[in-house]
Design a binder for this molecule. Structure first.
Ligand SMILES: Nc1ncnc2c1ncn2[C@@H]1O[C@H](COP(=O)(O)OP(=O)(O)O)[C@@H](O)[C@H]1O
Ligand SMILES: [Mg+2]
Length: 255
């Protein structure tokens, strides 16, 4: 049954890809509930299945098995996710637009009832990601960190209930990372729910209400960072993560 507090329910979600080497079980039996207003981080090494999970939730891939419910309603593959803001793993905005034009274009395109389209609203969005000082700069002239900020701006430009962010701090320097973490915490204060994935552990402790650990396509742990440290009797996430991954490798069929 649908729990009132959950914004997304993922049930027994699996995805396998066909490749030249044979079948790749990228995600197996993922069951996960994302609660309204929480920040939940899906952690895992490269190839663990994080992006596959995110793309399934976004409807860019069809699952081999399983269902996804958004606010209690089953989501169909390919139906637009208007209430979900999304930052893809490799975000590549149109280089021929200015920062302002790009956000304006996307806001208009999103067609969401509460999309911000007015100039003040666009400047407000840019301010929140620290890009209000360069609205007229061409996207082609931005640094990687600035592009990532534009990516975050476009993810919440339509005022979505849920933000899904695939590696939001990838490629950023430490200050850039801290800024983005602060931004996400501010989004949470505004009532947004955030589901993000990352292979960088250091950013998670401050940010997440709960973490999920994926290894080899299977969810190995779901709970608070404190619970995770307790599970392994360690003081930092990295030590626990190593043990979890080792355990997954030595017993690949354990859920
Ligand atoms: N389009 C695809 N075709 C075949 N295999 C894929 C495809 N996309 C991802 N995979 C494989 O699925 C597994 C999970 O990948 P991915 O979800 O991208 O992991 P992560 O985001 O955690 O790094 C990897 O083994 C990867 O090689
Ligand atoms: Mg990925």
């Amino acid at each position: 049954m649908f729990n009132n507090q959950s914004i997304i329910e993922i049930k027994h979600l699996s995805k396998s890809y066909k490749s030249k080497e044979g079948k790749i079980e990228a995600l197996q039996e993922l069951t996960l509930q994302i609660n309204q207003g929480e920040i939940i981080g899906l952690l895992g090494q490269n190839g663990a299945g994080k992006t596959t999970a995110v793309k399934l939730v976004m409807g860019f891939l069809s699952p081999t098995e399983g269902d996804i419910f958004f606010q209690g309603k089953k989501l169909n593959v390919a139906a637009p996710r208007k209430k979900i803001g999304y930052l893809p793993e490799s975000f590549q905005p149109n280089p021929n637009l200015t920062v302002y034009e790009y956000i304006q274009f996307l806001s208009a395109l999103s067609g969401s009832e509460n999309a911000h389209c007015a100039k003040d609203d666009i400047m407000d969005i840019l301010k929140q990601v620290g890009m209000n000082t360069v609205p007229n700069r061409m996207i082609s002239d931005l640094s990687k960190g600035m592009i990532q900020r534009v990516g975050l701006a476009q993810a919440f430009a339509g005022d979505p209930d849920l933000l899904i962010l695939d590696e939001p701090t990838s490629g950023l320097d430490p200050i850039g990372k801290t800024d983005i973490i602060d931004f996400l915490l501010a989004m949470k204060q505004q009532g947004k729910t955030i589901f993000f994935c990352s292979h960088i552990l250091s950013e998670v402790e401050r940010l997440c209400d709960r973490i999920g650990i994926l290894a080899d396509g299977r969810l190995r742990f779901l709970g608070s960072v404190k619970e995770f440290l307790g599970k392994w009797g360690v003081k930092n996430l990295e030590d626990g993560f190593k043990l979890e991954v080792q355990c997954a490798t030595s017993s690949p069929s354990v859920k």
